[in-house]
Design a protein around this ligand. Sequence first.
Ligand SMILES: [Zn+2]
Length: 310
Amino acid sequence: MNQPLDLTVMMYHYVRDPGDDAEAGSGISGMSARAFEEQLDALSRQHTFVTWPDLRMALQEHKPIPSSACLLTFDDGIRDHYINVFRILRDRELSGLFFVLDRFEEDGLVLGHKIHFLLAKLGPADFREAIWEKLDPALREQFTRAEKRYQLKYPPTSMDGQIDLLKAVLQRDLSADVNPLLGDLFEMHVGSENETARSYYLNLEQIREMRAGGMHFGGHSHNHPWFDWVDARARNYEIKASSEWLQQFEPCPWAFAYPYGGLSEDSPNLLKTHGFIAAFTTKTQLRHSDPYFIGRLDGEEMVQDGSIHA
Ligand SMILES: [Zn+2]
């Protein structure tokens, strides 16, 4: 990139209301459809919305993008994006860039989403207890050590702190070992994981309908691991899986969003090899000097802060 890119990139996850088809009684909360629409109103007063093809051309051909440009992005390829977001964007003739996981019907839920369901069902204390019961002595020791280490970053003095601490331990140090255990807990407390996953992630039919309606898609890996936790071989596998998935419905070159915003130095090269020309982080940043580390603002957090202006 010749000069830094000035671009406001919004990041969204769950957009849902209690009891709607996206939330579906799961108890997992998100940004309400109304708050999302209000934020779009506020953004449209200050920004010119751009699409993924606009940004792709800017990066490929060094064409300028409008000043105060804003790109809307959505992570995890969840049904909220088909049920709620697609409708809202289409009504406003806007486009979004959706970072989807490549999930086949039999793949079930990624670890992070199993955790969301179980946390909503059990709460952090009972959830922690239920996992602890299932760990053997070696894993308990690993769990305790990891918990001690992350306590500095996520002090468990509040409910949010407890949740973040538990997530860090499960999504990083114990991720490989607890994944099947969480599958068991899911079946016990929530229901069939595969059946849930089937309607939880966007299927190809929905993706194609969204594409025909002006939406665009980027990669977000297969297993959703922390890229600074897994090794280079795993990172390569995750990125390659995304490129194979995207080939079915989005023209190359693509964009990528790092799962959990986890970064590693070799990611840009791996991404380049597999046809990606841009990648998005979760770092709050409005000016970007590297197309493989484009920062974003969390729309839902901005509502909670009361700072709707962007
Ligand atoms: Zn994600």
